[in-house]
Design a protein around this ligand. Structure first.
Ligand code: F0G
Length: 450
């Protein structure tokens, strides 16, 4: 590891440690808080810092290279995450370089002119986790670990299992029993992970795993691992690059374990520090109503304290009651002037169907962003001439059961759906069974056209 290039600093007591001194759970030995990676070179004298113009040119040039690190949307920006001693250790599946889609229908309905979706579901295993996994798993390989592990609501496990398989490492996955989407469980098994479903929820799995990593030489790949955050900050660079090194006015992110909001905030703040951009977007975090400990932490306790909750939402990826990175997320909210918001099950389901109807689609947890944006526009916090990017975190195929149940009218109870029934009726597309007859097909086409 390049100790002279990167250091690890505790976000609680600011103690700086060398990577070899980190415990297996990545928490500070003094105050039990998380660590963040810092690069003293980014804040040194201006003449000694990387040159923004040269970096922009280099990153763009790499897009036409055939080298594996250059083809990755994470390692293409490796000057922003100098965490490896040797690039030979990079484990990549060609992650990142994901699309930034315009959302014309949602923009029209909300009266916005500039609404975009950064689709992290278009990564190799179908979620944003790949960008963090390539970074942290490459570190695991460089450190010589032979086994990696995570607790997960599904996507982390899919990403970890895939990258571990590519690196020839064994992987251990702890999942909450019966509370994750089948597609994600299938991925972990398909990529060869030892997959254990524990009789508990996600927060219970985290607790068990933190004991396992203290007792066995297993490298922890949950987002308490600060190298995950380094990979997950790169979509911020891609967004800025896509917008000609301008930044949007708002970035809206779903909130579960709260690593993503922390990572994107770090990415935008570092870009500004290096002079790559001149400002940062407001970064707002949206949670499901039944799993919104951050919303309470901010509204009731001024961001000073988080009370864990028993999480409940059908957006299973964000069914998390005790988010590990909440302090990092609060700091990002404060540094960027963002808000927290919470949305109901019906609001999530409707927003997901609307994103689907744009020809894009996403998994339920991602759709909280559009549902949250509607609220922020309604409250006047986002105005019509401002630009907004929604971060879509997972692919629509991750949870097709949810999609089918919604369109069949089986997802929401009548009382949940009631406040939004008229809008739900517009987007619902229940598959219709009929005889193999052209007459019947044409009759239906006619009926729908009327
Ligand atoms: N969206 C999706 C699709 C997710 O899988 C997750 C988290 C989030 C949003 C929330 O992101 O935790 O950084 O705030 N999934 C985790 C997992 C926890 O285990 O796959 P966060």
């Amino acid at each position: 590891m390049q100790n002279e290039v990167h250091q690890l600093r505790c976000i609680g007591c600011s103690r700086i440690v060398v990577p070899q001194d980190l415990g297996g759970d990545f928490r500070c030995r003094e105050c039990a808080e998380l660590h963040e990676v810092i690069y003293p070179g980014f804040s040194g004298p201006r003449h000694a810092r990387p040159n923004p113009g040269a970096l922009r040119w280099l990153w763009r040039e790499r897009r036409s290279s055939l080298e594996i690190p250059d083809r990755s949307g994470v390692w293409r920006f490796r000057e922003m995450l100098p965490i490896l001693r040797d690039e030979q250790h990079i484990v990549s599946l060609g992650e990142g370089n994901t699309p930034l889609y315009h959302l014309p229908q949602a923009a029209r309905r909300l009266g916005l002119t500039n609404l975009w979706a950064k689709h992290q579901g278009m990564n190799p295993t179908g979620s944003f986790k790949d960008t963090g996994m390539t970074a942290a798993l490459s570190v695991a390989r460089e450190l010589g670990f032979s086994c990696v592990a995570c607790a997960s609501t599904g996507n982390t496990s899919a990403a970890m299992a895939a990258y571990a398989a590519r690196a020839g490492l064994r992987s251990l996955v702890l999942l909450p029993e019966g509370k994750i989407a089948w597609g994600k469980l299938a991925q972990a098994i398909d990529y060869g992970a030892l997959t254990l479903q524990l009789h508990t929820d996600f927060d219970g799995c985290v607790k068990v795993l933190s004991e396992v990593v203290q007792r066995a030489p297993v490298y922890l790949l949950n987002s308490v691992n600060p190298y995950r955050i380094e990979g997950q900050k790169t979509p911020a660079l891609e967004i800025a690059e896509h917008l000609q090194w301008e930044v949007p006015d708002h970035l809206i992110v779903p909130g579960g374990n709260l690593a993503n909001s922390s990572a994107l905030g770090k990415g935008f703040l570092e870009m500004k520090e290096l002079g790559l951009t001149s400002r940062v977007p407001r970064i707002s975090v949206v949670q499901a109503e039944g799993a919104s400990p951050l919303v309470r932490a901010v509204r009731e306790f001024g961001g000073e304290r988080l009370e864990p909750v028993r999480a409940q939402t059908r957006a299973s990826a964000i069914r998390i009651g005790n988010p590990a990175s909440w302090r990092k997320a609060v700091r990002v909210l404060q540094q960027t002037g963002g808000w927290v918001e919470q949305v109901s099950e019906a609001e999530i389901a409707l927003a997901k169907a609307e994103i689907g109807a744009e020809g894009i689609g996403c998994e339920p947890a991602s759709a909280v962003t559009l549902a949250g944006l509607k609220k922020l526009v309604g409250q006047g916090k986002v105005s019509v001439n401002e630009s907004v990017v929604l971060l879509l975190t997972g692919h629509t195929l991750k949870d097709s059961d949810y999609t089918i149940q919604f369109h069949r009218g089986e997802l929401l109870t009548a009382s949940e759906a009631a406040p939004l029934q008229a809008e739900i009726d517009v987007v619902r597309r229940n598959p219709i069974e009929m005889d193999a007859s052209a007459d019947q097909v044409l009759r239906e086409v006619d009926r729908v056209a009327r």
